[in-house]
Ligand binder design. Structure first.
Ligand code: ADP
Length: 296
């Protein structure tokens, strides 16, 4: 375990748009070994990432950076330390990729572009190409090189491989796993997160429903939703699970997952708090029936 404080953290973070909350009371730190935020589309992952990047003002709680509220932190240091890695489509289609990579660098350091390209497994001769002249995997490598250029401490990766086919995806995951830079990864896919993150937080309808070591979440899910996510996306290349019909919506009172849950009991009309499962400091789960789920 890491001894130091997390580089970045969410402290009782409540987030939303137009005053309406879509993320409720979320707390976690980005600790050593990578941290994953897992959940289906609409669960609030990108909203949390935007707040952690300082792009969205919290309705409640705070983003912590360097031991203080991000509001009061040194913004220049923050913008260097914490780099987003978006999907490859975010590249400017008109710009040669070498220039895209160099964009955030001071002039004196632009000569580092070939070295950065090699670091992400790209032939430096590709620097003069434009994004459409590269493959999807190569474009994703450009986006990663661009983020690494300023020597960040932390990468925030939002579904960095979901647009790629399975073999390319695996190669990009290998590349990311080999980087020394710390990471927060957002994904619907537990298998992808397991590859890159020691710790994970599972989100359902804007709330953390389970937290803990990623491997344990995969092997012994304690929340029925974690289990459903695991069973729906067994492989790296899996597509996001899409729930339909009435069950797709979270319940407005009680446990938000109860309309979909196979283990519902009358007690679930009361929302279960996030609680320690196997002693403090370990796994946390927000489910009245976690012990039953574990013994299934
Ligand atoms: P995820 O990244 O897990 O797919 P999001 O954070 O994008 O989830 O979305 C969480 C919720 O916030 C969803 O209900 C979504 O409709 C809503 N939302 C996202 N962006 C906006 C926005 N710009 N304005 C209003 N609602 C939004």
């Amino acid at each position: 375990m890491s001894a130091g404080p997390p580089i970045l953290g969410a402290e009782r973070l409540t987030l939303g748009y137009g005053g309406a909350a879509v993320v409720h009371d979320v707390t976690f730190g980005v600790t050593e070994g990578g941290v994953g935020l897992i959940g289906e589309s609409g669960s609030g992952k990108t909203t949390i990432a935007r707040a952690l990047l300082g792009l969205l003002t919290p309705l409640g709680g705070e983003v912590r950076y360097g031991g203080q509220n991000l509001k009061y932190a040194d913004k220049r240091a923050f913008r260097r330390d914490v780099q987003p890695v978006f999907q490859a489509e975010s590249l400017d289609p008109r710009m040669r990729v070498g220039r895209s990579i160099a964009e955030g660098l001071p002039r004196s350091e632009r000569s580092r572009v070939p070295e950065l390209m090699e670091q992400v497994g790209l032939d430096p001769s590709l620097a003069r190409r434009r994004p459409h002249e590269l493959s999807g995997g190569q474009r994703q490598r450009v986006v990663i090189a661009r983020a690494l250029a300023v020597r960040p401490r932390l990468l925030i990766l939002d579904e960095p491989t979901s647009a790629l086919d399975v073999t390319v995806q695996a190669k990009i995951l290998d590349l990311l796993a080999g980087l020394a830079t710390e990471r927060l990864l957002i994904s619907h896919n537990l298998a992808v997160v397991a590859r890159l993150c020691r710790t994970s937080h599972v989100l359902f309808a804007g709330r953390v429903v389970e937290s803990g070591p990623t491997r344990e979440l995969l092997e012994r899910p304690a929340h029925p939703y974690t289990r459903a996510l695991r069973d729906a996306v067994p492989k790296i290349g899996g597509r996001p699970p899409v729930a339909t019909g009435v069950e797709a919506r979270p319940a407005e009172t009680g446990c938000p997952y109860r309309l979909r849950c196979p283990l519902t009991v009358p007690e679930c009309a009361e929302r279960p708090p996030l609680r320690d499962l196997e002693g403090p400091g370990g796994r946390q789960v927000a489910c009245h029936r976690a012990e039953d789920q574990l013994s299934l």
